[in-house]
Design a protein. Structure first.
Length: 207
């Protein structure tokens, strides 16, 4: 009986070992199926990890370039049509160059005049009228920025006084001439008549 029990136990042990051996391929990593050794896998992973930052940097630079190009295209001013440019030049002739003497921004070559002309063009692009653009410059610089300030208030006096003075002077001069032509000549006094007679006799005696 004891021997039978031992043989039964031995059979159980062999069965257990056989089961463990059959299960061992599942527990051990199947490196042969992948065709690479652990060292080769580590080398491959290291190379991939080194190449990944380079690829990331290249993709980042490409994205930056695309973003920059898109930003430039978005912010680049839209060219004006021929008629719009004529309108900009016409408005520019009505604005005084802040640092020039009697010169409009349309004819001035200074940097500030070029900048102001670009502001005029931007206003045209936004659909603003000539009046709106001029009012915007007046709000920023005052009415002195206009080549021809509006004839109102003190400006009206500055524009009207020279003309009024000229008209008044002309009227006074004409009145004086009319008065002088109407007034009769004053009669000669007795002394003047005697002096003239004496001069005439002297000339006759000399002749």
């Amino acid at each position: 009986m004891a021997r039978g029990a031992e043989e039964g136990g031995a059979v159980k042990v062999r069965t257990l070992l056989t089961a463990l051996l059959l299960a061992s391929p599942v527990l051990v990593p199947n490196t042969a199926a992948q065709g690479t050794t652990p060292a080769q896998q580590n080398a491959t992973q290291g190379a991939a990890s080194q190449a990944a930052p380079k690829d990331t940097d290249q993709r980042g630079r490409a994205d930056s370039v695309r973003t920059g190009v898109a930003e430039v295209e978005r912010t680049a001013p839209i060219p004006l049509t021929v008629e719009q440019e004529r309108q900009a030049q016409r408005i520019g002739t009505k604005l005084h160059c802040p640092i020039c003497s009697g010169e409009s921004i349309a004819h001035s070559q200074t940097d500030i005049s070029r900048q102001m002309m670009n502001e005029v063009r931007d206003g045209i692009r936004r659909g603003q009228s000539e009046r709106q653009i001029l009012e915007r410059f007046v709000a920023g610089y005052g009415e002195r920025i206009l080549m021809e300030p509006p004839k109102k208030g003190i400006n009206w006096l500055l524009w009207g006084f020279p003309v009024g003075a000229l008209l008044l002077g002309t009227a006074l001069w004409q009145s004086y001439l009319r008065r002088a032509s109407r007034e009769p000549a004053e009669p000669l006094s007795d002394a003047d008549e005697r002096r003239i007679s004496a001069l005439l006799r002297e000339r006759e005696g000399q002749a």
